[in-house]
Design a protein around this ligand. Structure first.
Ligand SMILES: [Zn+2]
Ligand SMILES: [Zn+2]
Length: 171
């Protein structure tokens, strides 16, 4: 939804509120499509003594998986912005400055990047998630497989070395 900024600059209107649900299901991030839930945006564009300003909130459920045990995770993600809108194309993009291209602004163009900034590279289901066993694939939060003991038992390692060297001699 585009907001016509001429309504703000050419009249006595001081602010235009917006509220919208975005569909970002096709948006790809880190090789996945994590925005499977509706994305809510709301806020207002205002004219403060000739300075255009967009204040808004964006929120959604970010669908991802624990980086260690791969359990599906739903993360509540929100971001808030308070941006000055500049129509000077010479202005450099800054953290709190959005450069306009024309007489209108789509609040999604301002708010979606702010939401994506909140996304972490990886999430864990819990801080001490033990992850999956690299040998048998068991979820080590739930079962105690004995792969680790097998792998690191030094007696087995010594025996294996012995067997290997015997094999070398016989060939
Ligand atoms: Zn986990
Ligand atoms: Zn295992």
């Amino acid at each position: 939804m585009k907001i016509d900024l001429r309504k703000l600059t050419g009249s006595n209107t001081v602010s235009i509120p917006f509220s919208e649900t975005l569909d970002l299901r096709e948006e790809t991030l880190y090789g996945a499509k994590p925005f499977q839930s509706p994305v809510q945006i709301s806020g207002e564009v205002s004219n403060e003594s000739g300075v255009l300003r967009l204040k808004g909130t964006i929120k959604t459920i970010y669908s991802t998986a624990c980086a260690r045990c791969l359990k599906p995770l739903d993360i509540l993600l929100t971001a808030e912005t308070d941006m000055i809108l500049s129509d000077d194309p010479e202005t450099e993009e800054e953290d709190d400055l959005f450069v306009l291209t024309g007489d209108s602004v789509d609040p999604a163009d301002v708010l979606v990047p702010a939401l994506i900034l909140q996304v972490q590279m990886t999430y864990l289901c819990k801080e001490d998630c033990k992850g999956l066993c690299p040998h048998c694939g068991a979820d080590r939060n739930e079962v105690d497989c004995d792969c680790d003991k097998k792998q690191i038992d030094p007696r087995f390692a010594a025996l294996r070395a012995l067997l290997d060297s015997d094999e070398d001699k016989s060939t």
